[in-house]
Design a protein around this ligand. Structure first.
Ligand code: ADP
Ligand code: MG
Length: 696
């Protein structure tokens, strides 16, 4: 039996270890940096580095690495050993300077044209707010990453800046409201992670999964998710063994893995942690995804984090539960017992409503990816239209404020089970709305449009920044008021009235909503190129620059990087399809047709009266299908070739890939899948959906 409390955090240089291993003054100085964001002294860094190294060496480590999150979408690490020469021997050393600053060569990480290759230097800087940990006998130090000239080249720096910005603005507002004891405000996140788990033997036979993370061909299995028997279904032995192992690995790393269950699609599952600060939640989510993949390997499985690995069944997303709390322990999005009198709550709610309305395009942009394009608006995930769900109770409160009417909370009612042995309990005040992209869930908002592979740092720095912007504006309007309460009431009413159009409590999957949203003037960007074009709109650039999150050059760089990445992904998908079509599928179908023809001829030579109907009709159908398939493959190859004419214009090229290349891929897939249905399984070169999805 595992002793979980003992196991938890055993691989983390956490508070308890710092306290035990650092001189008291050093420990206190470090805590100040972590809790209050105060700058760190090099003498403190030296002491911390030494203590970290001693612990790591005791745990069997020989190396350390600065772990960072460049714009590639995956984490990066470069390992250095602790050795330092001492005469003809070596000793294990790690200085404060090495802890604080690393120098990976930056020229091979995406910079969106910001950095010329001759300016190859890049720096990583220790982030003391996220604890160091041990993996594979290496000490991992969470770091931020920038170029020699100081441009931010990662996902962590903007997140940390946005957290500080939101804190300083929210504290000012809270002081105005009389909460003078609040000195720091922190955003918190609990990301629910969906994933697929398939047999490694199946994976190894699918070049599409290996190169692109999703299947590019594949006829549906006779059974999909229509029986709804997988969601919350009992977990199979092999999957349960994986999940237990995963929990233990995550607990060792201090990740608060809490809930696990089967999801809607066959072979699909979910893991949810208990929330932590946005920064740690982001690092832990990156770690969770990596540990999922590694743990799967140990079990002969492969963990797929792509947003849409299989057509016809649900894809995977990530729900970003987000809230704001004070250092005095108050959740600023908790309505309390009497939300109608809770002006502080109303003000923060109004800030979120206004932020989501004014920057709905940014929220859409931040979840845009080639993979997520398959999900948003496909009736398995929220639509590409961003709106907010407040629920009956809060919805009624907002109505009452706007109309100037009295509001009475419904209060929690009793749920009577009607069976003596079943305990009765209090029901929530409102039901959930599973179709909303941005839903209020009691004391937090759940942003549901994220794709499963996304680094949650991006949506969170955008969310933090836009809310900081609104709060700062509120502060400006309230700071000179003689009667703050009265001024808050007027402001809240005005803001909710002006921004009520973003609130929608109905079915987000319905066709009527698309029309209604258009009438309300809400954006509906259906694909990444459509959405991304607005990244560099003046109002969005202003938002980031004004709040000191990233510079205009850095935003433009990020925009180019995203578009380039999208083009490359679709390009790889197209090439993989062509390769599969030409080298495996077409030859396989041709062989099968040859075999059928041989059989028909043999039958005929035996006796003219034997029926060859089955063979001839199949030969006709498949020959016809194969001709179309081969021609369509050539069309796709031509489309890919033509894309070169857009070299140098990332937006035009991304749009072309979406509108032309992707459309050709869809047509080719349809022809391929039709042939799969009619070709002998013994001849088809790839494992079927049935084998992959129901194999574990
Ligand atoms: P619900 O009942 O809304 O599903 P849960 O308690 O199951 O809420 O939480 C869902 C996710 O939201 C979990 O990851 C949880 O840790 C996270 N969560 C809960 N409270 C907060 C908060 N204040 N800030 C951020 N995330 C939170
Ligand atoms: Mg879920």
């Amino acid at each position: 039996m595992t002793n979980v409390p003992e196991l938890f955090g055993s691989m983390v240089f956490n508070d308890q270890k710092m306290k035990a291993r650092l001189p008291h003054t050093t420990y206190k100085a470090l805590k100040k940096t972590i809790q209050n964001g105060e700058p760190l002294d090099i003498s403190v860094a030296n002491a911390v580095a030494n203590a970290m190294k001693d612990w790591a060496v005791e745990m069997g480590c020989t190396h350390y690495t600065h772990w960072f999150q460049p714009m590639t979408g995956v984490t990066a690490e470069k390992h250095d050993s602790f050795i330092a020469p001492d005469g003809d021997q070596v000793i294990m050393e790690f200085s404060g300077k090495e802890l604080i600053k690393g120098e990976p060569d930056a020229s091979s990480f995406p910079s969106g044209g910001i950095r010329a290759t001759f300016e190859a230097r890049g720096y990583t800087t220790w982030d003391p707010t996220s604890p160091a940990f041990i993996r594979d006998k290496t000490l991992y130090i969470p770091t931020a990453f920038c170029s020699y000239t100081g441009e931010v080249l990662d996902k962590k720096t903007p997140l940390l800046r946005s957290m500080e910005r939101l804190s300083s603005v929210a504290v000012k507002v809270l002081h105005l409201l009389g909460k003078e004891d609040v000195t720091r405000v922190t955003t918190t996140v609990g990301p629910e992670q969906e994933y697929f788990l398939i047999d490694k033997k199946m994976y190894d036979q699918r070049p599409d999964l290996i190169f692109t993370g999703r299947t590019l061909f594949g006829a549906p299995a006779p059974k999909g998710q229509e029986l709804e028997d997988h969601y919350f279904g009992s977990i199979k032995t092999r999957v349960a063994a994986f999940m237990n192992d995963l929990d233990e690995e995550l607990w060792k790393l201090g990740v608060l893995a809490k809930t696990k269950h089967n999801e809607v699609a066959p072979s699909q599952h979910e893991l949810a942690p208990i929330f932590s600060t946005s920064n740690i939640a982001t690092d832990h989510n990156e770690l969770t995804m990596e540990v999922m993949k590694k743990t799967a390997e140990k079990h002969g499985l492969v963990c797929l984090l792509h947003e849409k690995p299989f057509a016809g069944v649900n894809g995977s997303g990530k729900h970003n539960n987000w809230s704001i709390g004070t250092n005095t322990g108050e959740n600023l999005l908790d309505p309390g017992r009497n939300p109608e009198n809770n002006l502080q709550f109303q003000l923060f709610l109004a800030a979120v409503v206004k932020a989501v309305h004014e920057y709905q395009d940014l929220l859409r942009i931040t979840v845009a990816s080639a993979g997520n394009d398959h999900r948003l608006g496909a009736n398995e995930a929220p639509p590409a239209i961003i709106s907010m769900y407040l629920g009956d109770d809060l919805g009624a409160l907002v109505e009452a404020i706007i109309e100037g009417k009295e509001y009475k909370s419904a209060g929690k009612s009793d749920m009577l089970t009607g069976v003596d042995v079943l305990p009765d309990f209090k029901k929530d005040t409102s039901d959930r709305n599973r179709t909303s992209p941005f839903a209020f869930t009691g004391n937090k908002f759940e942003f549901r449009a994220l794709g499963s592979s996304l680094n949650i740092g991006c949506p969170n720095y955008m969310l933090n920044t836009m809310v900081a912007e609104e709060l700062n504006e509120f502060y400006g309007e309230l700071k000179d008021a003689s009667d703050v309460d009265a001024a808050v009431k007027v402001l809240v009413k005005k803001v909710l009235t002006e921004h009520r159009n973003i609130i929608f409590n109905g079915d987000n999957y319905s066709a009527e909503w698309v029309d209604e949203a258009a009438r309300r003037g809400l954006c509906n960007y259906r694909s990444l190129p459509e959405a991304m074009a607005h990244y560099v709109d003046r109002k969005n650039i202003d938002l980031f620059v004004k709040n000191g999150i990233v510079s205009e050059a850095e935003i433009r760089a990020r925009y180019e990087i995203e578009l380039e990445h999208y083009v490359k992904q679709l390009h790889i998908e197209a090439l993989t399809m062509i390769d599969m079509a030409q080298r495996s599928i077409a030859p396989a179908v041709s062989s099968f047709v040859g075999k059928l023809t041989e059989t028909a001829l043999a039958k005929k030579s035996l006796s003219e009266s034997i029926s060859v109907y089955a063979e001839t009709s199949l030969v006709e159908e498949l020959s016809d299908g194969l001709e179309k398939f081969v021609k369509k493959t050539a069309d796709l190859a031509t489309a890919v070739e033509e894309a070169k004419k857009y070299n140098g214009d990332n937006l035009a090229q991304a749009t072309y890939y979406r509108e032309v290349v992707f459309a050709e891929m869809e047509k080719l897939r349809e022809l391929g899948d039709a042939m799969e249905r009619r070709t002998s399984a013994a001849y088809w070169p790839y494992p079927s959906y049935g084998e992959i999805l129901f194999g574990v």
